[in-house]
Design a protein around this ligand. Structure first.
Ligand code: UP5
Ligand code: MG
Length: 196
């Protein structure tokens, strides 16, 4: 993909930080296309005949990161399909990259991101949101055992990605403990600073 016709913004934050919620707002107001890596993996998991179904299922339940070859391929396919329809496109890539090797591989072989929107919230707040969502979400990882594992993976493996981008001056950080509308106001103000 060429940066001339595709803009990528990564949206990162711990489990339950509100990535999906804020992406939905941005899609409405800015015309972004939203690609959630987690949603793409869950779809692939349920696709009849998928050779990765079992692997994805176990990794998600255990809060582990699915091998990047799988995730990057799903993202690339979804990006291609969207661009065939739409031409020039701005993507919000939600919940990816979660590991440094994924970040490097994607920016090298797909397209460099413009910046990363980082939704910052503490575990206590995120845990309460996920337990609450778990009452109705049907997500196999919205239970306390999986949530704890997801938190650990986020701290150990995904935060180094945020730190690296931060060192490059490519992170936009927003306090995600506030109510959703307030978070979104801050997101919009920050995007403006980036010319969006
Ligand atoms: N809510 C949202 N914002 C709120 C606010 N400001 N105040 C109060 N409540 C708020 O929100 C979660 C809940 O909180 C909702 O009920 C919402 O209404 C409420 P949501 O917007 O869904 O948060 P989000 O950050 O999207 O949480 P999610 O659970 O989706 O985050 P995860 O990062 O855990 O999940 P994801 O789907 O990205 O990944 C799942 C798994 O897939 C990973 O653990 C991993 O195993 C695998 N995966 C990979 O292996 N590789 C990838 O690249 C991506 C995923
Ligand atoms: Mg999500």
């Amino acid at each position: 993909f060429s940066p001339d016709n595709v803009t990528v913004i990564f949206v990162l934050g711990g489990p339950g930080a509100g990535k999906g919620t804020q992406c939905a707002n941005l899609v409405k107001d800015y015309g972004f296309k939203h690609l959630s890596a987690g949603d793409l993996l869950r779809e692939e998991q349920d696709r009849p005949g998928s050779e990765f179904g079992e692997l994805i299922k176990t990794d998600i339940r255990e809060g582990r990161i699915v091998p990047m070859e799988v995730t990057i391929q799903l993202l690339e396919n979804a990006m291609k399909a969207t661009m065939d329809r739409e031409g020039k496109t701005m993507f919000l890539i939600d919940g990816f990259p979660r590991k440094l090797d994924q970040a490097h591989a994607f920016e090298r072989s797909v397209v460099p991101s413009k910046f990363t929107l980082f939704l910052d919230a503490d575990e206590e707040v995120m845990q309460a949101r996920l337990i609450n969502r778990g009452k109705t979400s049907g997500r196999a990882d919205d239970n306390i055992e999986s949530i704890k594992k997801r938190f650990k993976t986020f701290v150990d493996t995904s935060m180094p990605v945020v730190k690296e981008f931060e060192g490059q001056g490519r992170v936009v950080k927003v306090d995600a403990v506030q109510p959703p509308e307030k978070v979104y106001e801050d997101v919009q103000a920050k995007l403006k600073e980036w010319g969006l």
